[in-house]
Ligand binder design. Sequence first.
Ligand SMILES: Cc1cc2nc3c(=O)[nH]c(=O)nc-3n(C[C@H](O)[C@H](O)[C@H](O)COP(=O)(O)OP(=O)(O)OC[C@H]3O[C@@H](n4cnc5c(N)ncnc54)[C@H](O)[C@@H]3O)c2cc1C
Length: 232
Amino acid sequence: MSLTSSPATERRVAWRVGTVVGVQQETPRSRRITLDVPGWPGSLGGQHVDVRLTADDGYQASRSYSLASAGEGGVIQLAVDRLPDGEVSPYLNDVLAVGDEVEVHGPLGGWFVWQPSASAEPVRPVQLIAGGSGVVPMVSIIRTHVQAGDAAPFRMLYSIRSPADVFFREELAAAESAGLLSTEYVYTREAPPGSTTPAGRITRERFAAALTPAEQEPTVYVCGATPSSRGS
Ligand SMILES: Cc1cc2nc3c(=O)[nH]c(=O)nc-3n(C[C@H](O)[C@H](O)[C@H](O)COP(=O)(O)OP(=O)(O)OC[C@H]3O[C@@H](n4cnc5c(N)ncnc54)[C@H](O)[C@@H]3O)c2cc1C
């Protein structure tokens, strides 16, 4: 068998140039970045991209970022937590500006996706478990769910340092108000004023109470920072 590239392979491995069309402070330590990527093939809820930066001297660095966006259209959205001692995330948070170009490779991650069930299929509940910026792929899954208006019950357990650190706050609240999502927030460092539950890491009991029971056979998605990217 000869090793040649097919049009499909070329599509899969393509790096595309995206232009920054929006930057917005997401939380005190993170930023929402919107990119216009001509030729973008669309993505499913839960997928991610690799972003590659090239310095003037040719040095390159690439990192993976989840897509908060999903579906058709050439505009994609990321949300990047700033690691003070990191190489790429401080640049994306502090330097990248509207009009700048970055290279984008994807969508990637066909194993971490959610799609609405076809009408003949039984509805399966969805349990999302997110820590910090790990909520970003969950947002694209939630957006897909809200857009489809499908009947799957959606629950999310979201562990975050403090109320100020909640990503996509308004959108999550809107999905809650519409009855399309139920979120249990776990604040690890600072609880909201008046909260009866003190800040702290989640306990086994609270974890069990917050999750969809296994007998309901939920589809479960878990995403959170790794120890090296947790920051201070
Ligand atoms: C599939 C996927 C999706 C992701 N999605 C997101 C997302 O949506 N949002 C998001 O914010 N992040 C996301 N990430 C994490 C992201 O890819 C980067 O890892 C993150 O932004 C940090 O990159 P950095 O270049 O700033 O830090 P890096 O320079 O890579 O450093 C990361 C950490 O490692 C430490 N470190 C670096 N080099 C060394 C060394 N030699 N020895 C010891 N420690 C070292 C640094 O001090 C820092 O704390 C995702 C990762 C994956 C794999």
